[in-house]
Structures are given as structure tokens and as C-alpha cells.
Design a protein around this ligand. Sequence first.
Ligand code: PLP
Length: 401
Amino acid sequence: MNEQYIDRANQVIANTYKRFPLVIKRGRGCTLWDADNNEYTDFVAGIAVCNLGHASPEISRALRLQADKLYHVSNLYYTVPQIDLAEWLVARSFADRVFFCNSGSEANEAALKLARKTFFDKGEDQRWRVVAMDQSFHGRTFAALSATGQKKVREGFEPILEGFDFVPFNDMEKLEAAVTDKTCAVLMEPVQGEGGVRCADSGFLEEVRRLCDEKGIILIFDEIQTGIGRTGKLFAYEHFHVKPDVMTLAKALGNGLPIGAMLCTEAVSKAFTPGSHASTFGGTPVITAAAREVLKLIEEENILGHCREVGEYFKSQLLWLKDRYQEIEEVRGIGVMLGMKLSEKGAPIVEACMKKGFLINCTQENVLRFVPPLIITREEVDGLIQCLDEIFAERGESRTC
Ligand SMILES: *Cc1c(COP(=O)(O)O)cnc(C)c1O
């Protein structure tokens, strides 16, 4: 069955993804089934999206209830689920206001537009440059890819949007040197995701905050991957005791339904006035009702506590593997956003895991990335660790003979 579907897909779908030969038909919690009814434990979660697992009955119910009332009326009117969701986000973050959109890229577009407009409004219309980080990932739309510090994302699409300066992640000296009187914002992920699960060094974010305050520029945290509990706090910035002026969210906010959000302080939000920015589908009732349920569940079911606990256990088990196999160079990450850097390519390991019924992901070619649903259990973690142990042991044996 898998193959029949894949043949059809290859006739009609744009060739933008390198896909595994799997047609996923059904999911429940942390388990997925393909078209041939093979079972997989999911340590990808749609790339850090389905934090509450697949086919949550509560989220489905919230969707159904709202779908029976109203799908969409446009932002010409107010709708209640959108207000509820914005209130919840404002109550639990540094932010005072929320702009809703449909994806991470779009949330970053909104943040970048807001940063430029803030200084335009102050009469500083020469101040439109943004400092971003090497190895960052901010999305595939033009401004978002221009802000992305990875050549492979930008190549072929030049000229990209002007005004982005890049510095190495965790390098305060270079950052300080890159900020000029033309800089309006610093944009960064507190933990780089696509860049290989790399955490900000302790003290770095505090220094970045201090610099932004000193120069009067806007600090934007892209928490599209780190937000909504992934690191064991609702937002990763809470680990670092540093508040941004603007934060972008997407991925897990809808647990798989498309939603993005740009959150900001009252002061910064002033640059957006009626007509400045918009999105047809931004914050539609059905999606915001589902997202509200996601956030409610995260609180009611103590997902953050579980994430911290299972994340620590998971990391300790990955470190155990690191002690056993020299091709594992480093284990890093926080909460259930974990990476394992190898001295060799990760793709064969990903493939071997898939054959044994575990879905994992690889980024930057040699970093295995583990971002399962936050509801993953110790037993499921044990299953993956055993699977990886077998794979590394088999590879070691085949190398020595
Ligand atoms: C996934 C991701 C994006 C892009 O989100 P899309 O919804 O694919 O546009 C941006 N920033 C970070 C940190 C991400 O992980």
C-alpha cells in the first residue's frame, strides 16, 4: 500500500521534500501507523509540533464544538476563541499583545515588519537592519529566509531581502561589533533547533538583553520550536531569566493545526495600527479554539513537569549511550528537545531506527534530533535507547570484521 500511494504522490506533488517511503495513516499518543499497518513510536512529533501527541480526543472535541458554530468570518470582526487564546498567552508571558497568523515564517515576518516600523515611526528611517545568528532557522518566506543563517536555505533565491547581519551564536564580542546605529533588532532562537539543537550559553542571553537595552533596539526571540513547553518551561526564555520584546510562536501552538503568533510588549506593539499588517486566516475561530485547548491541557495535565522529568531521564540515557560508543560526540539540549552529535552522518541511523519501528530526525547532517510528543513515557524512551544501542553495536561489529 505504501508504494502505491508514493507512486501517485510522485506524479502530482511538488518535489520540495526528501521524504521517507512511509505513508502515515493514523496516530494515537506517541504511536503512528503506516498504510501497511506497521507501527512506529514517534520521536519526531511532526518536528516538535504535536507536543500532546496524535489524535488527542480533547483537542478533537474542541475542534468539533467550534466547527459546529463558526469556521471563519475574517478579522473584520471579533471572534471569541481568538480573544480567549490571546488572553491566555498574555497572562502567561512577558507580552501584552498578540498578532495571529498561520505559520512560523509568517510570525517572523510580522516580527521583522514590526521592528522596522517601530523605528520608522520614530523618524529613524535609516534604522532597519537586523542582526541574526549563524546556523539559525527562521523559515522559508523571503524575509524569514533572509534572516536565516544557513547558506543552503538562501542559495538560489538571491537577491535576498537586504538588511541582515550574521554573527556566530554565543559570540557576544561579534554581536556587539555587528550592532550599529542602523540596527533595529536582534533576532535569535534561545535554543537553535534546525541549527543542531544548540543552547544559548549561560549568560549570553542576559548580555544580549543588556546590549539591546543599551542601544534601544528590539530583542526578538524565535520560540517557534522551543515554545509551548518543549524545553520544560512554557517558553524557553523563562530558563534564562531574560524577557524579549517580541516572541514568535507556531509549531506546537496548534498541536498540528496551522497557527502562528507574534507576541510583543505594549510599547513595541504601537507600531502596528489598523492597516499595518494582516492575515486572512490569522486566528480563525476553529484553530484558536483548538490552540486554547492545547494550552489548557498543558496546564491541567502538568505537561511541563512531565517534560522536565522525562527529558532529564531521556538525556541521561543518551549520555549512557555516549559512554558506550565513540562515534557519539556530544549529547545536548533541554527538556524534550535533545540532540546527539555524531562524528559521522546521521541518515543511516535514522533509517535503521525506522526499520526497527522508531521515527527520529537528523539535522545539520550529523545531529540526531529527538523531539517526541512531551507526553512520551520512560518506557517509550527505553525502547528507543535499546534500539539505538542495537544499531550502534551492529555498526561497530560490521566495522571491525
Ligand atoms: C519551524 C521553524 C520556523 C518556520 O516555521 P514554518 O511554520 O515552517 O514557517 C521558524 N523558526 C523556527 C525556530 C522553527 O523551528
